[in-house]
Write a protein that binds this ligand. Sequence first.
Ligand SMILES: NC(=O)N[C@@H](CC(=O)O)C(=O)O
Ligand SMILES: [Zn+2]
Ligand SMILES: [Zn+2]
Length: 432
Amino acid sequence: MKTLIKNATIYDSKNGLTGKNDILIESKQILAVKKRIKNNNYQVIDAAGKIIIPALIDIHTHLREPGYEAKETIKTGTEAAAAGGFSAVAAMPNTNPVADKVTVIEQLKFKAQNSAVRVYPIGSITKASQGKELSEIGSLAQAGVKALSDDGNPVMNSEIMRRAMEYASAFDLTIIDHCEDQNLSKNGVMDEGYYSTIFGLKGIPAAAEEIMVARDIILAEMTGCPLHIAHLSTAGSLNLVKAAKARGVKVSFEVTPHHLLLTAKAVENYDPKTKVHPPLRSKKDKDLLVEALKAGEIDVLATDHAPHTYEDKLGEFDYAAFGISGLETALGLLHHHFIQTGMINWDALLKMYYYTPGKIMGIEAEGLKQGARADFIVFNPDREWIIEPQKFKSKGKNTPFAGQKLIGKNEMTFVNGKLVYDDRGGKNEIFY
Ligand SMILES: NC(=O)N[C@@H](CC(=O)O)C(=O)O
Ligand SMILES: [Zn+2]
Ligand SMILES: [Zn+2]
């Protein structure tokens, strides 16, 4: 059965696409994308007024399975990803057990086979992500991990990080580091600065991140290992990465939507939904990240989707879990605040949220061209909607953006040529 999607505005300048185009798909493939495709008894979807782009790739997602299925499962997490406009996610290894050995990776791959979106495993750098002993990096590479990370934890011991980088580069794997000096961040629950003083909460200084960014850059330079900085959140980190890039160090970084949109001031009601690692930073940090976004200097956008149960996020700020559920709000927020306002265009978004993520993880990202896998979304740029966490596919309803009204929503996600998410007319349905 061939499906023809007509009259959409398609953005994918890498494949020479801007403006009105039709797209014809059959089974898993794009058969054609061009100005006008004649209807030859195809199933037709009229997408006039809508935008089609390749479905996004989120390289920083916590799926929580195995071990924390009350927070999220592979099923609910990938359904959330489909709803959010993603065709693929990379799953962080801080599960229980940690993804530090082949059996855990094999189980994830097996369970994710029939998910709404593709799942790429990330293996841990050290056993149980404890930072003490290296994981079996060679076996993990063979099992198909796309990168290594102890996310949730830093690798505090520089010697271990050095060896990890040496092994990782031998297997062509990128090290993704959660940069946090735990001696400096100890007991901290929000950004250290004016607001932590006013609110009487223990702060995490920017230096806790920046010291580790600097150390990792030095080790990446020494070992030649590709380094990716997870959830970069401070102006100082940004400057360190820019300087390192300028001298040829293989370093990339990601920024989350929440660090581009919120500051430490958001903690004012002591709502644990604003509690996240790294913490929401100062206005100066946020503004400089937005400047970098506009200047095309951000390598990757990623959610750091960190779902938690209601109870985990309940109670006193000091004791609540760190994390924000981001898969179902990322694209809507980015469109509303940055695309719709003209700060960035769709092609810039695709670079940060599709092409570069694909390159860093070594996964296919060919875009919308004849013969490519049919992974794309149909986005309605005019639709107004309100972020209602109770409607999330994710089990994690923990978002500081609840109640926000946005313009522009993903309405259809195609993965492997299959419609896996349909929200036309507010259906909010998953198929697979
Ligand atoms: N970002 C968070 O606040 N939490 C993440 C861990 C992490 O990304 O460091 C989690 O796993 O809950
Ligand atoms: Zn982290
Ligand atoms: Zn994370």
